[in-house]
Design a binder for this molecule. Sequence first.
Ligand SMILES: *Cc1c(COP(=O)(O)O)cnc(C)c1O
Length: 228
Amino acid sequence: MTLQHRIEDVTRRIEAACMRSNRRSEDVQVIAVTKYVSLEATGAAIRAGLTHIGENRWQDAAAKWDAFGSEATWHFIGSLQTRKVRDVVGKCAYIHSLDRLSLAQEIEKRASAQGQVVRCFIQVNVSGEATKQGLEPEQVKTFLEQLRTLPHVKPIGYMTMAPFEAEPEETRPVFQRLRQLRDELNATLPEPLHELSMGMSNDFDIAIEEGATWIRLGSILVGKEGIS
Ligand SMILES: *Cc1c(COP(=O)(O)O)cnc(C)c1O
């Protein structure tokens, strides 16, 4: 399939999932995850209109950013080591993997030095898998209170990764739980947070039905090098 076909296919599936759940497709944004593809393929994706680009290792992403930085909005989606924060602040408008105070403090330091505000998703380990990053749901409220002292770190919502399931329907409870957590916290917060970054190639239809506002699509959308 060509890139254009994949974009059309994904767009149809987003619209269908929105129809099923009574949502508007404008409320679901797509992040094209280019971690599996080359510089050239990343450029092609951006030219095809995929202007939200997600990467999970900045060593691999830096050359892409050098080539196309101003043509897209960049999202850091992978786990972020504190010493790598300086590489991404000022380049990535969004960080999807905020999961600890020391990381938030480092983002604050780098962002305030550059006069930037970084929009962040708090990563939550909803499934409880030991291999997954993220705060436990019970820790999120206190974490949000701690973030209030960091004006250049702007929490906008939550991110989670569901376990890979051969049957995508089985991911539904994970996405449901993150949405419920958002809604429960919003009832207690001075300023509600709306965004839910959830859903990947294998499970994005279900994530949309459960309220995803950002989906992160790699293989199904921009391809995997060698497969495309
Ligand atoms: C790789 C990755 C994706 C995209 O994965 P696909 O299954 O290829 O869509 C999404 N989110 C994160 C955090 C990733 O690391």
